[in-house]
Design a protein around this ligand. Structure first.
Ligand code: DQA
Length: 145
């Protein structure tokens, strides 16, 4: 069965208590449960979170080496991490889907959030639908495989 890596960047471990007006009141375990149910017998969901940019980059290298599709919420790294962008580019240039997701709509927020250095190398971008951003990305990724 296809594995889908669902990678989450800094501060997303605090979902549930972090700015619930922006990110909702559900945590990462709830997100995992939703995605596992959606994937059913079509994919295995491997959901991870780190606050560490180097770790996130290593996980993208792993995706390249294992040809594993990626759903990536780069969180604040979205806006400035060229290292993460270069790693994401390696994924998509290898022909592996990588969907950038955001819970909120960064374009409706502070100006610094309007820039994504990841979007230009992503297969696609889904933002602003809460946890449904991930669910829509999963549909796209499974559909692409
Ligand atoms: C986020 C949006 C980013 O601007 C922010 O830094 C996050 C979460 C989102 O999912 O809406 O940490 O990626």
């Amino acid at each position: 069965m296809t594995t889908v890596l669902v990678l989450n960047g800094p501060n997303l471990s605090r979902l549930g208590s972090r700015e619930p007006d922006v990110y909702g009141s559900q945590d990462l375990d709830a997100l995992r449960t939703l995605l596992v149910a959606d994937a059913a017998d079509r994919a295995t969901i491997e959901l991870r979170q780190t606050d560490d940019e180097a770790q996130l980059i290593r996980w993208l290298h792993e995706a390249v080496d294992s040809s594993t599709p990626v759903i990536l919420n780069p969180a604040a790294f979205t806006h400035y991490s060229y290292g993460l962008r270069d790693a994401a580019a390696m994924v998509t240039k290898a022909g592996i889907p990588l969907v950038e997701v955001h819970i909120s709509n960064p374009h409706a927020r502070e100006t610094f959030r309007h820039t994504s250095v990841i979007s230009g190398v992503a297969t696609g971008v889904i933002a602003g639908f809460g946890f449904d951003s991930y669910r829509l990305a999963l549909r796209a990724v499974i559909g692409l495989n």
